[in-house]
Design a protein around this ligand. Structure first.
Ligand code: NCD
Length: 304
């Protein structure tokens, strides 16, 4: 692995290694605090972000390295018409590794083809978000002690939600994982995930519109927001945005051991009253995102 563009680029044993490395970082942070001394990450964000960009930056700083970058494409020469290729060739002159988020699917791949330093996809349009998935996997592992033999409900915008696309791709490789895909009919997963991922891996999955019916059997409930910025018209967004709202009452039908994950940002889909429930793991998930990004940076930079 030289770049991380899609979650499918990481073989399962390397995913497990990244999780092990993160657990070691969590247990022994001091051992890692100087590992990236003299190294610099560039965070190139052409789309809004809070957690992903800040966690990449915090990860590099906790490894003793430095950070440069921009949080808005409109502040960069992209606004003057510069291509992604020229932007990353420039950044390569100053940095050792790039994390990039861009609204166009395939943009991180294009970037990776134009530089000799590692490129990490921090979200490319509605396609993939592999480092969010690594954070999700570490969270499931820490909360439930395993990544196999789980029933995972993915709920919300499964059509445009890139985090769900990467999560399904990663988890369908573990044994005994069963998916319950909960969405309005218009926001079901893209066809390629059905044919090229779920069916190819022989994964069991069901599709439903009812969160209420699905919730009692789940080990993990992965909530997502309806992706307003990817809709073609506002009226459809308004009609669909509140399709699912997880409340304490709905959660009362779930197992005590179930965990609620959400990549965040949350809009309306989880009532804030749920935050007090020990099953709500989404802020712990944010923290895990920093640790696994530390592990990933070490791996891609070849730091021992
Ligand atoms: C997600 C994203 O950007 O895809 N956020 C994140 O990185 N944690 C989810 C979202 O925006 O809904």
């Amino acid at each position: 692995m030289r770049h991380l563009i899609e979650i499918a680029d990481i073989p399962i044993h390397e995913m497990d290694e990244l999780i092990e490395k993160s657990l070691d970082i969590i247990a022994n942070p001091d051992r890692y605090s100087d590992k990236c001394h003299g190294k610099r990450i560039a965070t190139l964000f052409f789309e809004p972000s809070t957690r992903t960009r800040l966690s990449f930056e915090a990860a590099m700083q906790d490894l003793g390295g430095n950070v440069i970058g921009f949080a808005e494409g409109s502040n960069s020469s992209a606004a003057k018409g510069e291509s992604i290729a020229d932007t990353v060739r420039t950044v390569e002159c100053f940095a050792d590794i790039i994390a990039m988020r861009h609204p166009k699917e395939g943009s991180a791949y294009v970037a990776s083809q134009n530089v000799d330093i590692p490129v990490i996809n921090a979200g490319d349009g509605g396609h993939n978000h592999p480092t969010q998935t690594l954070a999700d996997l570490l969270t499931i592992h820490r909360e439930l002690g395993r990544l196999d033999n789980l029933k995972i409900g993915c709920c919300g915008d499964l059509k445009f939600g890139r985090t769900v696309h990467s999560l399904i791709t990663a988890m369908s490789r573990y044994d005994g994982v069963e998916f319950v895909l909960i969405s309005p009919e218009e926001l079901q997963i893209p066809e390629y995930l059905r044919s090229e991922v779920l069916e190819r891996n022989g994964s069991t999955y069901t599709e439903t519109t009812s969160l209420k019916h699905a919730i009692p059997d789940l080990d993990v409930l992965y909530m997502t927001r309806v992706q307003r910025e990817r809709f073609f018209n506002e009226a459809d967004y308004i009609r669909l945005k509140d399709s699912y709202i997880l409340t304490p009452e709905k959660l009362s039908a779930a197992k005590e051991t179930m965990r609620v994950l959400h990549p965040l940002p949350r809009v309306n889909e989880i009532s804030t009253a749920v935050d007090r429930d020990p099953r709500a793991a989404y802020f712990r998930q944010v923290k895990n995102g920093k640790f696994i990004r530390m592990a990933l940076i070490l791996k891609l930079l070849g730091v021992k």
